[in-house]
Design a protein. Structure first.
Lengths: 115, 281
């Protein structure tokens, strides 16, 4: 498995429950960086039809996800048959600030804060 | 069972060697537009790992200065399409993606809301109250007798009633506004409050199921002495009406309930499945 974490951003495009200001700012900050990252339109939509991409994401090992509540995100992956490993970091765009999330996503892998 | 199967096209915004990076603002604009249309987008830059390609087709965009390379998957499984976006404005890039996709169907935001329960198995005690409660066959039992969400397409949009009757606060609806149903952490006060709500669900026979969970002979015997079906029906309606009155479920859900005969039939089937699963534990 690679040492560098995979960064995943969920847009929550199928329902407006994540504040648009926060999700836009997080994406903008990712775009401002030189990092590679993955984005999906909506993890719930993917889990609803068990998109095999969830399995590919879960298999990435070191993973940082910007989405919503960690309990919900982990439950979505588990229910779709692709449980996340314990050390996956889930950042919550419904409660955390864009600055906090971007800093945690982009930070070096050995110094990232837990949400 | 699962009908929304038109997976989105994965687009790779390539900004590695041999290409010119987009300005950050344009990059963000393109990504936001594509995500809001339902696409999955990878930004290929530096310093982080990318997800492996698991799709049959991939669209690679890059400012290749007019020379989009022809790419081929070594395994031969993935069709890779490349497009040069040199000098294009964000709107034109999005149009190019749409044009390249053509008429291939794809799930799109706005046409459907992914609304279904997600079970937190770290809290779930497999009591089967959700299975007994839901009249739309959303829940089922796995081969190893564990409760699971089997028919999420049957779930009524914006109805979180089953999470309201879960005694362990183990059912989440990630698209719900408020916690803990939206997946927010459950604190003890909330858990106690939820347990009070379960008094409502006990109207539906939840007390019988939870007693059954003890796997005692006495409990099994009690389960066999089920209440009259008329009374169960009346209590279920009372419970649902209360949930609507309290604003917990939309009135449309009550309006779309099956016929009395169908409710009784479903309740009987659910009861048998729950009892069988619990007895087998």
């Amino acid at each position: 498995m690679p040492d560098t974490p995979t960064i995943l951003y969920c847009r929550c495009a199928y329902a407006q429950v994540v504040p648009s200001g926060v999700k836009n700012e997080v994406l903008q900050k990712l775009c401002d960086s030189s990092m590679s990252f993955e984005t999906v339109s909506d993890l719930c939509e993917m889990a609803a039809h068990r998109d095999p991409r969830l399995q590919a994401i879960a298999a990435c090992g070191k993973l940082r996800i910007a989405a919503c509540y960690p309990r919900a995100v982990k439950g979505l992956f588990q229910q779709a048959g692709s449980p996340l490993s314990e050390d996956v970091e889930v950042l919550n765009m419904r409660t955390q600030t864009a600055d906090e999330i971007a800093a945690a996503l982009i930070s070096p892998s050995d110094s990232s804060p837990q949400p | 069972m699962i009908t929304h199967t038109h997976r989105p096209l994965r687009v790779v915004l390539y900004e590695g060697s041999g290409s010119i990076a987009l300005p950050a603002e344009a990059r963000a604009k393109v990504m936001m537009s594509l995500l809001d249309k339902g696409y999955a987008v990878t930004r290929s830059g530096q310093g982080a790992s990318s997800m492996p390609h698991d799709d049959r087709s991939l669209l690679v965009l890059g400012a290749f200065e007019g020379r989009a390379p022809a790419l081929e998957d070594a395994s031969g499984r993935i069709d890779i399409d490349t497009r040069d976006i040199t000098g294009l404005e964000p709107e034109a890039i999005v149009s190019l993606v749409e044009k390249t996709r053509g008429d291939k169907p794809m799930n799109e935001p706005g046409k459907w809301k992914p609304w279904f329960p997600v079970i937190d198995y770290s809290r779930c005690t497999n009591c089967m109250q959700c299975l007994s409660f839901c009249l739309f066959d959303v829940y089922g039992v796995s081969e190893d007798n564990k409760i699971q969400v089997q028919n999420n397409d049957n779930c009524k949009t914006n109805c979180p009633a089953c999470s309201r009757v879960c005694p362990e606060v183990a059912i989440m609806f990630p698209k719900y506004q408020a916690g803990p149903i939206n997946g927010d952490e459950v604190n003890e006060n909330e858990a106690k409050r939820e347990k009070i709500k379960v008094d409502i669900s006990s109207l539906l026979g939840g007390d019988i199921y939870s007693t059954l969970k003890d796997r005692s002979v006495a409990a099994k015997s009690r389960f066999s002495k089920e209440r009259s079906s008329d009374k169960a029906l009346s209590e279920r309606k009372k419970c649902l009406t209360k949930l609507v009155g309290d604003g917990f479920i939309p009135a449309e859900v009550l309006a779309s309930l099956p016929s009395t005969e169908e409710i009784l039939r479903k309740a009987e089937i659910a009861k048998e499945r729950a009892a069988a699963a619990l007895a087998a534990q």
